[in-house]
Design a binder for this molecule. Structure first.
Ligand code: FAD
Ligand code: 2HG
Ligand code: ZN
Length: 482
């Protein structure tokens, strides 16, 4: 239910924003009939699962504009949703009712780069791929990479504390974000745009905004520690007969590839079959396997790394840990092998929709959630090969190196009966195994009712206190998890 404490948008409000932001393209005024269509992409998420009813998008171009917008909204009790590239998978960037959308796409400047230390200062609205390209030209790499890189913003990445494909190597954004500028709901600008690696002067307040999903304020600028880009990247793609063998392969990869290992990803057979059904093309391996792993190495000596990877592959094949495998021969093949992994989220949605669960589970139990879910769907009569069944398949894939699996239930249409069978059952399953119900995508709207499966009362109470302290009117991204 819409909270009556929030004001309804009036023409006077709209006029204020138009005057403040000046430029025509900086305000999309959905209250005027001819712009209702234009509002749709901002009101709907990437999966077409969540839809809001906002009538206004504002696009600030500077921190001062963000500050003035928030102060005005706070004074006038207008609820807001910060929005980056709108690629989030939990409905966090979508208004629930008529919240004002603060879209960050015009704040897209790169400010400075120190090519000795690797510290990069940039606006929150810079697209991740653009940031990576910029540092690539200077011999560095952005410490985060993910399938949505062409659209997501670095601010959105930090707001969700995204993990991605190389967390195993470069660690979490809690370590890579050196500095931050953010605006609180009352317009206060918190400037902690530190470019230093070390800074232990009291509370590290910026950490609160990393993963806060826009519930405390708007991130406007960031300083990111970028590591040296490895000149040599190699990729191997393996077929395995069981999840137990995938664990052995991971153990062996860490031991043999140690410091050059930069990604270890798991895909089950059905996930790869779905990618093949959508994209066609030649599969990386001739035969089908119940599991696949993608291993990437990044190092400074291509030949040496390639030899290490080949030797690893020989060993795991002769020990019968791995049934079959291939090592990419050139950069094109590296890209093509990665596309079988990165393509899963897009392809799995091809038939109508997906119920997504992004979870961390201790490795020994991690994959078991997939067959258990499949069994539950079958027993409920919801999964089958023909159109009468809403569910067409249950798949698991993800960042095995981080004990993070993506359980995806592919459906022909969104169906309440499926959702009822899955939730809260999935969350209970995870709780019983000391897992986390939200590994890297956040809570957003999708998981707002289920936090208790991963967090206790004391912890939730402390989160509410922080929210109350910085956002006493509750205007920042309401109806979501806090
Ligand atoms: P949005 O979706 O716009 O927003 C996400 C949340 O952050 C919302 O709550 C929003 O209110 C808030 N927000 C956005 N910008 C700001 C800001 N400047 N200040 C404060 N709050 C803000 N995630 C992973 O962790 N790992 C993956 O491997 C991964 N792969 C993906 C692959 C695909 C194909 C897709 C579609 C998504 C994937 N994601 C992955 C999900 C991931 O959360 C997002 O892609 C990304 O981090 C969100 O960035 P965004 O700019 O699109 O944010
Ligand atoms: C990935 O690892 C993303 O590909 C998306 O985190 C996962 O769509 C998903 O469930
Ligand atoms: Zn992921």
């Amino acid at each position: 239910k819409r909270d009556d404490k929030f004001a309804q948008l009036t023409q006077e409000h709209v006029d204020f924003f138009k005057t403040l932001l000046g430029s025509e393209s900086a305000v999309i005024d959905g209250t005027s009939q001819d712009l209702t269509e234009e509002m749709i992409p901002f009101n709907e998420d990437w999966m077409h699962k969540y839809r809001g009813q906002s009538k206004l998008v504002v696009k600030p171009a500077s921190t001062e504009e963000v500050s003035k917008i928030l102060k005005y909204c706070n004074d006038n009790m207008l609820a807001v949703v910060p929005q980056g590239g709108n690629t989030g998978l939990v409905g966090g960037s979508i208004p629930v009712f008529d919240e004002v959308i603060i879209n960050m796409s015009r704040m897209n400047q790169i400010h400075s780069f120190d090519d000795v230390s690797g510290s990069l200062v940039l606006d929150a609205g810079v697209v991740l791929e653009a940031a990576d390209q910029y540092v690539a030209e200077r011999g560095y790499i952005f410490p985060l990479d993910l399938g949505a890189k062409g659209s997501c913003h670095v601010g959105g990445n930090v707001a969700t504390n995204a993990g991605g494909l190389r967390l195993l190597r470069y660690g979490s954004l809690h370590g890579s974000v050196l500095g931050m500028e953010a605006v609180l709901p009352d317009g206060t600008i918190m400037n902690d745009l530190c470019t230093l690696r070390k800074n232990n002067t009291g509370y590290d307040l910026k950490q609160l905004f990393i993963g806060a999903e826009g519930t405390l304020g708007i991130i406007t600028k960031l300083c990111i520690q970028c590591p040296q880009r490895s000149p040599a990247v190699n990729v191997a793609f393996l077929g395995l007969e069981s999840y137990e063998k995938a664990q052995l392969a991971f153990r062996e990869a860490k031991s043999q590839l140690s410091e050059i290992l930069s990604a270890f990803e798991l895909m089950d057979g059905l996930s790869q079959d779905l990618v093949h059904r959508v994209r066609q093309g030649k599969k990386p391996l001739d035969d089908e396997h119940p599991f696949y792993c993608l291993i990437e190495t990044s190092g400074s000596n291509g030949e040496h790394d390639y030899e290490k990877l080949e030797k690893f592959l020989e060993d795991v094949m002769s020990n019968e840990i791995v049934s079959d495998g291939v090592v990419a021969q050139d950069a094109t093949q590296v890209k093509s092998l990665w596309s079988w992994r990165e393509g899963v989220p897009e392809c799995v949605g091809h038939w109508g929709g997906v119920y997504k669960y992004d979870v961390s589970i201790p490795l020994s139990d991690m994959y078991r959630i997939v067959p258990d879910t499949e069994k539950r769907m079958r027993e409920a009569g919801l999964l089958g090969d023909t159109d009468e069944f809403p569910v067409l398949g249950v798949i698991g894939y993800g960042h095995m190196g981080d004990a993070n699996i993506h359980l995806n239930v592919a459906v022909r249409r969104y169906d309440k009966a499926v959702e009822k069978e899955l939730e809260p059952w999935v969350y209970q399953w995870i709780q019983e195994r000391q897992g986390s119900i939200s590994a890297e995508h956040g809570l957003g709207l999708a998981k707002k009712n289920y936090i208790k499966y991963s967090r206790n009362e004391v912890f939730m109470g402390m989160m509410k206190q922080i929210k109350q302290l910085y956002d006493p009117n509750g205007i920042m991204n309401p109806y979501k998890y806090v």
